[in-house]
Design a protein around this ligand. Structure first.
Ligand code: C5P
Length: 257
C-alpha cells in the first residue's frame, strides 16, 4: 500500500452517477491518490468505474460494508480483490465468522486490506441502546450496558483477533484504537469535518448533522489514524483542490484560510 501523503487522505466519491464522480477525479488530478467508492456509486456506475480508477494509478477503498453469511462475504471480497481494490470493509458486528471469511478470501490478493467497521460513526449511545447493546448514555457513559467507546474497542479487538488489517472508527476513537491495536494496523477515520472557513462552512454544516462522533482530520491523524476519509467537505467545496490541500496540510494550513 502506498503510504505517501496523497494516499493518506481518501476522498469519498459519494455521487449518484459516474460522470459526476469522474468530473471530481479529473478536477483533483494528482492531488488525490486514493478514492472511496461506496454502495451508491458502485450500484449506479458499476465495477468499471473502479477498474478505471485503478488503471489510472489510483488506490480504491471499496466500502462494501459487508454483513452477510461467510460464504457470500468471501465471494464479495474476492470480487473486490479482482477489481484491484486496496481496501474493503466488513461489519465486525457480524462476528468472527464473517471477518475470518473476509480475511481468508483476501489472501489471494496481496494488495487488498480488510477493514472492520466497528460502530458506524453516526451512531450514538442511544442508538446502541435501541438495538439492545448500549448503556443509553453514549460516549464513555457507564450505565449497566456497554458504552459506545467500550463497544468500539471490543469490536476492534475481535477484528484484530480475526486477522483484519485494520478498522474504521470515528476520529474520537482513533487514540484508544491506536493504543489497543499497536503501530501497524490501519485505522481509517471517516466522519471528519473542517471547522468553519470557506470549505468547512459550506459543506461541514450539513455534514456535521450525521457525524455524531466527528472531529477534524488533523485531530484524527494526531490521535493515530493512518488514513482519513473526507467527502462533502472536499467534493462540495467551491475549490475541491484547495479543500483537499487544507485537509492534508493540517491546522497550520487551516490558519491561513
Ligand atoms: O460526511 P462526508 O461527506 O465526509 O462522508 C464521507 C464518507 O464518510 C461517507 O462515504 C460515509 O461512508 C463516511 N461517513 C461515516 N460516518 C459518518 C459520516 C460519513 O462513516 N458519520
Amino acid at each position: 500500500m502506498n503510504t505517501s501523503a496523497d494516499h493518506q487522505v481518501i476522498v469519498a466519491l459519494d455521487f449518484a452517477d459516474r460522470s459526476a464522480a469522474e468530473a471530481l477525479v479529473a478536477r483533483l488530478g494528482g492531488a488525490c491518490g486514493f478514492y472511496k467508492v461506496g454502495l451508491e456509486l458502485l450500484t449506479a456506475a458499476g465495477p468499471d468505474l473502479v477498474r478505471g480508477l485503478v488503471d489510472r494509478g489510483h488506490e480504491v477503498f471499496l466500502d462494501l460494508k459487508l454483513f452477510e453469511i461467510p460464504n457470500s462475504v468471501a465471494g464479495a471480497v474476492r470480487a473486490a480483490g479482482a477489481l484491484g481494490a486496496s481496501m474493503v470493509t466488513v461489519h465486525s458486528m457480524g462476528g468472527t465468522g464473517i471477518m475470518t471469511a473476509a480475511v481468508d478470501a483476501a489472501r489471494e490478493f496481496p494488495g487488498l486490506r480488510v477493514l472492520a467497521l466497528t460502530v458506524v460513526t453516526s451512531m450514538t449511545g442511544s442508538d446502541l441502546t435501541d438495538i439492545g447493546i448500549g448503556s443509553g448514555r453514549g460516549g464513555s457513559g457507564s450505565g449497566s450496558g456497554v458504552s459506545t467507546d467500550e463497544q468500539v474497542l471490543r469490536l476492534a479487538r475481535l477484528a484484530a483477533e480475526a486477522g483484519c488489517d485494520g478498522v474504521v472508527g470515528s476520529p474520537r476513537e482513533a487514540g484508544p484504537l491506536r493504543r489497543l491495536l499497536g503501530p501497524d494496523r490501519l485505522i481509517v477515520t471517516p466522519g471528519v469535518t473542517l471547522p468553519g472557513g470557506e470549505t468547512g462552512g459550506e459543506a461541514g454544516g450539513h455534514a456535521r448533522s450525521d457525524h455524531a462522533r466527528s472531529d477534524t482530520p488533523w485531530a484524527a491523524f494526531a490521535a493515530g489514524a493512518s488514513h482519513v476519509v473526507v467527502g462533502r467537505s472536499v467534493t462540495r467545496a467551491t475549490d475541491p483542490v484547495a479543500a483537499l490541500r487544507r485537509v492534508a496540510a493540517g491546522p497550520r494550513g487551516a490558519a491561513g484560510r
